[in-house]
Design a protein around this ligand. Structure first.
Ligand code: HEM
Length: 191
């Protein structure tokens, strides 16, 4: 699922591919010298920011797993009795314009601070939170990072849909458990 979203979002944003490639070339001098490692994450804040912006935009798990309240609680003015089923609509949070300026725009710079460092945001929770948080978090972040590095260094991904309205990959109606992009076509060339 990560692959399907990454191909679409990279295809729609060629300038992101270019910037990742140029950051990687600064680090490894030449393409022949290129073997990305997980430890490079801290050296490549922009790549990390792209990964998080893709997490935000795609909201792959649109509604986080259901949980049950162990005791009565008041949250945001709402009384939640003990034993209620509670679900977090992550898609709605990630596309809320009071939290994210132009939420429908892909803008990795949201996750870069004034010093050019990667800046996480507590309201982005692609893997849930608390004791039942996804145990695959680290492996997925590592996979996403290496996927972005390898794709951008070795391939050019071009959006190849014919008409303008096909530019929309996201379907807001699709705020369900697992979210896929709409059908799309990309051309992938080796560089
Ligand atoms: C794009 C990749 C992934 C995303 C976005 C994702 C997201 C999530 C989310 C949101 C939850 C629910 C957390 C909650 O209840 O608050 C979850 C649970 C879980 N995930 Fe992932 N996950 C991903 C990949 C993986 C991988 C690679 C593994 C295994 C290696 C994994 C294993 C699990 C398991 C076992 C749970 C249930 C944990 C529990 O209920 O205690 N996930 N994941």
């Amino acid at each position: 699922m990560t692959n399907i979203w990454y191909m679409a979002l990279l295809g729609l944003n060629p300038e992101i591919q270019e910037k990742i490639r140029s950051d990687l070339l600064k680090l490894c001098k030449s393409k022949n010298d290129f073997t990305p490692k997980f430890e490079w994450r801290t050296l490549l804040p922009y790549v990390q920011a792209v990964e998080f912006e893709f997490f935000r935009f795609s909201s792959i798990v649109g509604i986080l797993d259901f949980h049950c309240s162990l005791k009565p609680i008041v949250l945001g003015g709402y009384s939640i009795p003990k034993g209620s089923l509670v679900a977090v609509n992550q898609y709605a949070i990630n596309h809320d314009s009071s939290r994210w300026e132009d939420p429908e725009v892909i803008r990795p710079e949201r996750f870069i601070d004034n010093e050019g460092k990667f800046a996480d945001r507590p309201d982005l929770m692609p893997f849930g939170m608390g004791v039942r948080m996804c145990p695959g978090t680290l492996i997925t972040k590592g996979y996403g990072f290496l996927l972005l590095c390898n794709l951008c260094m070795n391939y050019k991904i071009e959006w190849s849909n014919e008409n303008e309205c096909d530019q929309m990959v996201d379907d807001p109606e699709n705020a369900v458990l697992f979210r896929f992009p709409k059908e799309y076509f990309v051309k992938i060339s080796k560089i």
